[in-house]
Design a protein around this ligand. Sequence first.
Ligand SMILES: *[C@@H]1O[C@H](CO)[C@@H](O)[C@H](O)[C@H]1NC(C)=O
Ligand SMILES: *[C@@H]1O[C@H](CO)[C@@H](O)[C@H](O)[C@H]1NC(C)=O
Ligand SMILES: *[C@@H]1O[C@H](CO)[C@@H](O)[C@H](O)[C@H]1NC(C)=O
Length: 307
Amino acid sequence: MGSCRIAFCLVVVLSLLPDSGGAQQVKSARMLDLLIRDYTFESYGRKFIRTGMVHSVSLPQNLSGIRADMVKYRCGSLRRHGARLKEFRLAAGVTVTPCADRVMVIRQFLEQNWSTVYYSNYDLSDYQLISPVLGLLAYNAGSPSEIGISAGEIPITVNFSSPLTEALAGQNQRPGIVPLCAIFGSDGKLTLSNMVTLSPYLCLASGSGHFGLVMELPPVQAGRKESAWKVAIGSSIGTALGIVLLGLLLVALFVKAKKRSKREEMERRAYEEEALQVSMVGNMRAPMAATTRTVPGIEHGYTPSSP
Ligand SMILES: *[C@@H]1O[C@H](CO)[C@@H](O)[C@H](O)[C@H]1NC(C)=O
Ligand SMILES: *[C@@H]1O[C@H](CO)[C@@H](O)[C@H](O)[C@H]1NC(C)=O
Ligand SMILES: *[C@@H]1O[C@H](CO)[C@@H](O)[C@H](O)[C@H]1NC(C)=O
């Protein structure tokens, strides 16, 4: 009953949101699970489905980029025989709790453009998701209540080989860097572990949940986030200093130009005054100059005498 009420609230919340594309609207991974569950039950909840047969779930346009498949099992037969569902391999000994007569298992495949949901719900700041996110969830086929899957002695395996090949097609890979298996816990915790040695892109899981492959970001990229504000502050201080210095320079140039024009003015005036004085003095001295001119005269007072 409780989950039915959640579904009702979900519908109300979603109908209140503006209808603009899927990935931007669904913010939580949990909400996405509920949506996919609802579409799966809408299609296959009441239908008679042979156990062990995999069926793909058709999802609406606004969930494009997400693939979902479902299969029904009998609880006891699942434990006895295990199962294989696309990338997931459940070995014999696997248990579902509570053990419903019929179990509906959903496998989710979230393309890269839906990984934002996981980036915003888990601390992936130092990592980059390089694979689609794969989900394995189980519900009571009679009512849409979630039930847990737990591996027995042999863990569940998640084979990322073909999803990764698909995701990396046409992308430049960084050779030599080994991805890590990521488990996105329902408690909001991210758990990382190594891939199975000698089996490329194979991860182990102890139960149902969401899985992906991540790569550690190189330190430059990882550090970029926290040093971004330093760069921003540094550059704005730099800009402000630059503006101040430019202002000072302009003021200095202006003052210098003004000083120079003043000096030139003074020099010009001084020159004019000097020129005026010279000409005045010249005029006054002109007659004097005439007097100072040496006049030929009797120098020795010698006068020739006549006998
Ligand atoms: C997706 O579209 C369906 C109608 O096709 C609508 O009922 C639903 O609320 C939409 N969901 C999201 C997450 O946008
Ligand atoms: C996600 O990508 C697929 C193609 O890879 C595209 O068809 C789909 O529209 C995209 N979905 C969103 C919500 O961006
Ligand atoms: C994983 O999948 C690839 C491609 O589908 C396959 O070749 C490989 O054998 C699988 N690995 C295991 C351990 O099943």
